[in-house]
Design a protein. Sequence first.
Lengths: 358, 658
Amino acid sequence: MIWAVFALLTGAVVLAVLWPLGRARNSAVQTPDITFYHTQIEEIERDRALGLLSDADAEAAKAEAGRRLLRSADAAPVPSQSRFAVRLSAIFALIIIPALSLTLYARLGNPEMQDLPLIAREAERAGNQELMSAIAKIEEHLVANPQDGRGWEIIGPVYMKLGRYDDAARAFKAANQMLGDTAERLVAQGESLVYAAQERVTPEAAELFEKALNLREGHPVAYFYLALAREQMGDKAGALDAFMNLARGTPPDAPWQESVRARIVALGGNLDGLEAVQNAVPDEQQAMIRAMVAQLAGKLEQDGSDAEGWARLIRSYTVLREPDLAKAALAKARAALANNKDGLARLEELAKDLGLKG
Amino acid sequence: MIVEIGHYALVLALALAIVQALVPLYGAIRRDGPLMAVAQPAAVVQFLLVALSFAALTHAYVMSDFSVVNVFENSHSLKPLIYKFSGVWGNHEGSMLLWVLILALFGATVALFSRGMPDDLRALVLAVQSWVSAAFLLFVLLTSNPFARLDPTPLEGRDLNPLLQDPGLAIHPPLLYIGYVGFSITFSFAAAALISGRIDAAWARYIRPWTLGAWIFLTLGIAMGSYWAYYTLGWGGFWFWDPVENASLMPWLAGTALLHSAAVMEKRDALKIWTIFLAILAFSLSLLGTFLVRSGVLTSVHSFASDPQRGVFILGILVFFIGGSLALFAVRASALKPGGIFAPVSREGALVLNNLLLTTSCATVFIGTLYPLALEAVTGEKISVGAPFFNLTFGPLFIPIILAMPFGQMLAWKRGDLLGAAQRLVLAVAIGVAGMVVLEAVRGGPVMPAILAGLALYLIVGSFVEIYGRLRGAKTLSNMISRALGLPRSAWGTALAHAGVGITLFGLAATGWGVERIVTVRPGEPVAVGPYEVVVRELAPRDGSNFKELVAHTEVREAGRVIAQMDPSRRSFTTRTMVRTEAGIVTLGAGGQIYMNIADVRVDGAMDLRLYWKPYVALIWLGCLIMSLGGLLSLSDRRLRIGIAQRASLRPQAAPAE
């Protein structure tokens, strides 16, 4: 269908060029310039009749117009017509118009794509509408109950997804005020500020990340943005160091590794170097560390109540790139700390930080 | 499918433009009738194709088809309908499509209304015009394609920049573009004259309506842009000597010079080579403006997204057309027959003076605009050339222009009588001087505003002295009226356009008497501004379709009596999370305006306000309207119309001896 329309358009355009070429032309090319000067002379006569020009002036003006008329008549072109030129032009148009438009359109166009006006997307919109009305309900509720921290905490990530970063920052801030600061919420608030500022870490956001780090040491997302802040302030070396630390200190399959490594490459750091650094730990030293870790594991086997110890063990396994052992240790720790609520919570946070599943 | 048809139509227009650029040119060189005859239908069809393409994009905007990247990036389903239309050109890609549409429109107009023109001239003009079209079509398709698609398609668009969500967007760019692009036709005429060697009084007559038309629209476009900046930017300024504004002022100055030199060429068959040069210059400066705005060399509201590739492309177009036409000029100008010589004291002498001063002032603007850019490119040093530079250079050049303007009207062609002209202008001079003295006595303060206002009064009165002289001999009133109606419309046009300059100058002069107040107040607290008093009655929230606003319902009082109301506001746009202020403006008396802008609203309800009393400020734009009206009158003068010349010559005509 669409190709039929294209063909029709192309045909019409080619015809518009061929039609004048095909017509037998009256070869006497008229020279309207001559008419122009005749008109000018008539005008001078009228000016004189109205008394706007003196007789002498009018005569002089007429003489000049007459001279111009003669010059123009002399210069009138001699028409020519050749069948060859007409044919050449016709063939040129016949080839160039379809060839150029089809090749260029084939490169640029999307002939298979349908129009997608909003009215044709009722179903999609209905889904969207549901989400929107849910948001509207929560918003209404929050206008009436601005003290409801949970409400703010729920709507924050939704705003984030919709790209309403300023609103998200406002929501997380309110949640922190009502429910008390947590590292996660502070980081979320900071992140939404960063997005709102076109991915610049503003001083306000940096402050939030610092606060998050105080609450929970080594929070990787907060650490990442603070490194980014250093980079944006021009401290390239410091930023590179920080990103390298983050890349080394967290498991290679953690979700942020990709972004971190991208930053390292952008800063001129070397990812091979990263691998090399990890492998460069001398075997001796490696053996010693392993021995220490084994000792710690043995101790925890006997007495599993030390939450701090479990955390250290899991972290060590991760650094030693033994994800299976780390996961096993996590499972054991969960069992051992079943009665220690605080310890368990810290453990889960650690697992999340390290990107350990299961 | 409609989107893709629009896209294909644009590609097809490019192919056709290439044919139209080559075949008629070949035909004109060979003097071959059928080949030249290709130009007219091609120009019309080219316009239809671009119009189809433009309509398809507009359709996508109105239907909120976010599968088009351009629509997604610049529209929103809740955007008011008028901005769905005007939003089409409220972005880089769409505005370039509008540019191409107007180019094609001018081509089609020449094709349709040029029956009186020699075939070879018409074929050449349309061929050259099509070179320009082809270059810009290629630019649009390769670097700024408005028909790029998006898959998967988002449900909602990013909305139009709130600064552009204003009726001004519907008016300002089209007017300005018609002005800019209008000079492409005079450029095409100039190139055609150089190629064919056909350069005479008849040529000057063919070019004049196009110059006038372009000039009228450029005048309106600049004035509209300036008024838009005035009411939107929130501090009452209307001209900033911003490079983008200068980019529109330069073609205007060159175009004004062209308008006058073409008159000399038409009447006296002189100044031919100079006129050709000005025609090239006016369009070159239009192209330069496009380059400055679109390349990302400058950043301003006008330079949407910048992309170095686009800049390089436009630079290429710029070099090709300016370089090409100047090379053609260098090769051919010596072969052209120069026109007659003339006495310095004559109408043509005065017009030469006008041309010298206008081009010099254009050059100062050029230097002031480009020097900082060049310096930064070469040395990396950033300097800014602002109002002080232009006031010191542009101002002194414009004062002699204004002094000489009424003289130009008074002097006769060929040989004028300077003393006689001066005697007849005594009244205008007297009114100017008296105005100066009275205004200074009444207003006080610095002398400059009064001097400029006096100058403006002299010009306004002086503009009509010539017409008065022609009517004075009439014995009865009815005789006088019939004489007035019998005068050529171009004489009235000249008088009005010159008076318009005077009125604008008066408005500019009066800015020196303005009052500015920056205050922090709460609702109910009155603030005195000039002779008036402004009170915010209450501050109330209000919902718009895609924004929320805080409106200050405000009263303007004079001697305790409420004489006007206004509703300035602060609007927050949700999608772009941007705040824009809407100034409150009330016009009082002879074009004076109270201007109020809410700079900030504090938590405790106090407002930071900028308040201005600007006497006569509206005259600045009123004067521009009158200038354009003068141009329009001149354009409607039968003598200047193309295509009807033959038929018109059968009817009696007013006698033009302007």
